[in-house]
Design a protein around this ligand. Sequence first.
Ligand code: SAH
Ligand code: MG
Length: 217
Amino acid sequence: MSSTSSPVTPEHFAYLAARTKAVDDDFLIALKEEATGAGIPAIWISPEQAGFMQILLRLAGAREVVEVGTLAGYSAICMARALPPDGRVRTLELDPMHAAFAERKVAESDVAGRVEVLCGAGLELLPQFEDGSADAAFLDADKENYAGYLEHALRIVRSGGLVLVDNAFAFGHLLEPGEHGASVAAVRAFNDHMADVTELQSVIVPIGDGLWVGVRA
Ligand code: SAH
Ligand code: MG
């Protein structure tokens, strides 16, 4: 540990969360309650991470965003709120139940015209996205396919755009010794790969479960 870095603990997360402007309004709180009631797992990004991603999207002047992994629509709605009125988040979801839930909540939201939910496997849908057609991509689906998603993101995101990838800390298991299943192994391999991707300047930001933030060369 160099003298200019401090270890990030759960207490640090609580501290920063307590000092971060809340992004969860009544609508998003109700969305999470309803999702939980519908049996959707509570694996959406943290509100602090959502706020940070909104800041990044605003700084990038993002208009077009591609997301892989919609779940209940929480992150898509948060990102859409950081876009101009004619902006758009196209979000890809494999599970038809998740996609239908998200589509319904998006329709009820303040950004109804700004989010499109596409149901299908990420790797099957991404080829239809044009080169350089997005200002940002957020990868947050099955970790085993992250390398494939990244390949598409590097093609789809314009020069100067953002490539964000969730769960770099592998659900908290990243540095724990031993095996923790296929997803954790996949994140570990992906993190090593990301460090070598020459098309991006990137860094893992210790917020939420670790967020890769990359800028496309
Ligand atoms: N981004 C969301 C959380 C996504 S959780 C949020 O923060 O609000 C991961 C989602 O990816 C789950 O809904 C899961 O069904 C979906 N998923 C899993 N495999 C997928 C695949 N191959 N293609 C697209 N989505 C997939
Ligand atoms: Mg995630």
